[in-house]
Design a protein around this ligand. Structure first.
Ligand code: ADP
Ligand code: ZN
Length: 712
């Protein structure tokens, strides 16, 4: 049996070996047993039912809650040469009849269905006349009434056990917690199912959490090392989604907004673009997520704090499904904490419910202020023990300094107390630093004993300290009021001198920035060109076949081609992810890019670029603006600026020909560059000054002009 499974894995899917529990699950289901599979996102759940489906006689029926996912799976199987269809409401009656006909004739191997479809009496009758290979119930946690993905129709899937007693059933989910697991077993009648619980670790994800300090600038610095990567940026509010998306686009990072306030059409359109195009950034509220199966999401960035570790794990989990390096990046600050606490206080539900939610938020905050390995802490929350620090998170890589904050913490807490427990952080810091301003005088706070006792620390350090006091539950936010801080009971021992307090020291932004994660090293400099050529071919084929690029080949497969450089079709067949059908369809085309054709293409690339630049110079000289040129040449604006900068450096263009900036502004930019001594600073160093006024890419042109001037 396993031999055969192995052969199918290689021939159809192109993979050499099963991962983790896959082979045991395949064996269990192929031999007719039931299975409950808990595996993290990207763990490879699909193969757990697709391989047994091919090993067994008859039709495999797969229940999935989302049409987009089904279509994606069917397209993928289609590319592999497996006969699969999805029955959904978008099909008209005659198309449905046709599918039914083909199923009866045994021409279809896998049928994807929404749960409400499956449980219709007519559908069940139809299936009972057939030979069914297995039932796979994907996203099985949808049966849980406690989860946020609850689907009432899932409750009816329990009847499959009685209606089809001899057909194996496999339920799959990426939701880890115990209660959900038991609910699945009970409601889907899987008490005899063998359970397969994988580790929920996502080893390829690098976790980083930073204190929020000019978040957009921090985001740009993060993205700067990930140009051309697809990713998701989560924000809490719709407005912020819009703003950040616009800001990123302006800065030369192609970004699309996604939130519940957009029309259905626009949402669907943006989602489709995100799936089908490469290197797009989706800026989204959490409305975006479920059903995003794009395997090569290279990063998930949080501009705001999620409200629980469950949410954080799920959202960050959308990165790196393909197993290649990916980043989970987040900035958080005191405002986030205040905001989430306020939401919680104003939410509906009884006290017990609120206490549970409060608990979850506390766990999230604890991860932010964590001094040990983030991954260990995250997994511990899900009851998984990881004996060693992971070596692949910010805390492991950068190290964490903690410091004895006992005395300053006491000062901060007494300042809260003595000023009446109703002032926000700004005012409290003013008291500590002894700032003599109107608000202080109006309240008479210059007379407090704590006035000016905190001068040994600066404002930023005090703010950090207050954030940490709130995160640790030593101080609380007055939610009815205006974000004033209050003491909590748990701070008494500290105030009485019975305990000490160690806190994590915030890293200086520069230090934090310096350590790029592995993701940016996915493709090394000298490989870039060939990598791009492979991607271009993939994009072209994807368009021809009307499927997303990753359905042709996942990134991991392209990367392996790049590294192993197969010379002929038989070597190509060795590449992981190249099955028989894909070898036949695409093998030759990719070989050509890798070898002869590739060389030609690589050789021609610079000429193409030269041609483009030549044309661009003419257009610029003719007085076109960068925007107009970008439309004319169908080239991104960012690219246009980059080419303009090159042309300026080569003295083919003057700055005035290239840009049309107001005189004053231009002078201001030039001064900013010339401000220091010695070398011209890099664009990034001054970009912030002109944020929102000049596209960052345009600054490169000014810099190039200055440089050209100096070199003469
Ligand atoms: P899940 O549904 O658990 O999130 P998928 O089934 O979509 O995960 O698999 C994630 C990725 O891993 C896919 O690109 C899949 O082709 C790949 N994959 C799964 N199993 C293997 C394997 N045994 N060898 C290589 N790649 C695999
Ligand atoms: Zn770690």
């Amino acid at each position: 049996m396993l031999d055969q499974a192995q052969r199918i894995l290689k021939d159809v899917f192109g993979y050499d070996a099963f991962r983790g529990d896959q082979s045991a699950i395949v064996e269990q289901v192929a031999e007719g047993g039931d299975a409950l599979v808990l595996m993290p996102t990207g763990g490879g759940k699909s193969l757990c039912y697709q391989v047994p489906a091919l090993l067994r006689d008859g039709l495999a029926v797969i229940v999935s809650p989302l049409i987009a996912l089904m279509d994606d799976q069917v397209a993928t199987l289609d590319e592999l040469g497996v006969a699969a269809v999805a029955l959904n409401s978008t099909l008209d009656a005659s198309a449905q009849r046709d599918i039914a006909f083909r199923i009866r004739r045994g021409e279809i191997k896998m049928l994807y269905l929404a749960p409400e479809r499956l449980v219709q009496p007519r559908m069940l009758d139809f299936l009972r006349d057939l030979n069914i290979a297995l039932f796979a119930i994907d996203e099985a946690h949808c049966v849980s009434q406690w989860g946020h993905d609850f689907r009432p129709e899932y409750l009816q899937l329990g009847q499959l056990a009685e209606l089809f007693p001899s057909v194996p059933r496999v339920a799959l989910t990426a939701t880890a917690d115990r209660r959900t697991r038991e609910e699945i077993v009970q409601r889907l009648q899987l008490s005899n199912a063998k359970r397969f619980l994988s580790s929920f670790d996502r080893p390829n994800i690098f976790y980083r959490i930073l204190p929020k300090d000019q978040p957009r600038k921090q985001l740009l610095a993060f993205l700067g090392q990930r140009k051309g990567d697809a990713g998701i940026v989560y924000c809490l509010s719709r407005r912020k989604v819009e703003e950040v998306a616009a800001f990123l686009s302006e800065q030369g990072f192609p970004a699309l907004p996604y939130h519940a306030g957009l029309s259905n059409e626009l949402r669907a359109h943006n989602q489709r673009r995100f799936l089908n195009e490469e290197g797009l950034i989706m800026v989204a509220t959490i409305a975006f997520g479920m059903g995003i199966d794009k395997p090569n999401v290279r990063f998930v960035a949080h501009m705001d704090l999620p409200k629980s570790l469950e949410a954080y794990y799920q959202e960050t989990g959308r990165a790196g499904r393909d197993g290649l390096p990916a980043d989970a990046w987040m900035v958080y600050g005191l405002q986030d904490v205040i905001f989430l606490k306020q939401m919680l206080a104003n939410s509906e539900g009884d006290d017990r419910h609120k206490r549970v939610e409060q608990h979850k938020l506390d766990a999230m905050l604890a991860l932010c202020e964590e001094t040990r390995c983030r991954r260990q802490a995250l997994l511990a929350y899900f009851d998984e023990d990881m004996p060693q620090p992971c070596g692949h998170c910010d805390n492991c890589i950068d190290g964490v300094q903690s410091w004895d904050a006992t005395e300053p913490a006491r000062q901060a807490l007494s300042t809260i107390y003595r000023s009446g427990q109703r002032y926000g952080v700004g005012h409290l810091v003013d008291i500590l630093l002894g700032r003599d301003n109107e608000k202080i005088r109006a309240a008479g706070h210059q007379h407090l004993a704590v006035f000016g006792i905190g001068k040994a620390m600066n404002e930023a350090d005090w703010r950090t300290l207050f954030r940490q006091l709130v995160a640790r539950g030593l101080a609380d936010v007055d939610l009815e009021g205006f974000g004033g801080l209050r003491l909590t009971d748990s701070c008494r021992p500290l105030l009485r001198g019975e305990v000490t307090l160690a806190l994590r020291r915030d890293l200086k932004p520069q230090a934090a920035k310096a350590s790029a994660s592995a993701a940016s090293q996915l493709v090394r400099g000298e490989e870039r060109e060939l990598w791009e050529a492979l991607r271009t071919l993939r994009r072209k084929l994807a368009e021809e076949h009307s499927v997303p690029p990753y359905v042709i080949f996942p990134d991991a497969t392209l990367l392996e081609m790049l590294r192993s450089q197969p010379r002929d079709l038989s070597e190509m067949a060795q590449v992981s992810g190249v099955g028989a059908r894909k070898l036949e369809r695409y093998g030759q085309a990719f070989l050509e890019v890798l070898q002869g054709g590739g060389n030609a293409e690589r050789a021609s690339a610079p000429t193409e670029a030269n041609d483009l630049r030549h044309e661009l110079v003419s257009l610029a000289r003719a007085g076109m603006t960068p925007m107009q040129i970008s439309t004319q040449l169908q080239c991104s604006e960012r690219n246009v600026y980059a080419l303009l900068a090159e042309a300026i450096a080569a003295q083919q263009l003057t700055l005035d020909q290239a840009l049309d900036l107001p005189e004053e502004l231009l002078e201001e930019i030039q001064e900013a560059f010339l401000d220091g001594e010695g070398e011209l600073p890099p664009v990034a160093a001054i970009a912030e000054l002109f944020q929102g006024r000049v596209p960052e890419a345009a600054l490169h042109c000014v810099r190039a002009a200055l440089q050209a001037e100096f070199e003469v």
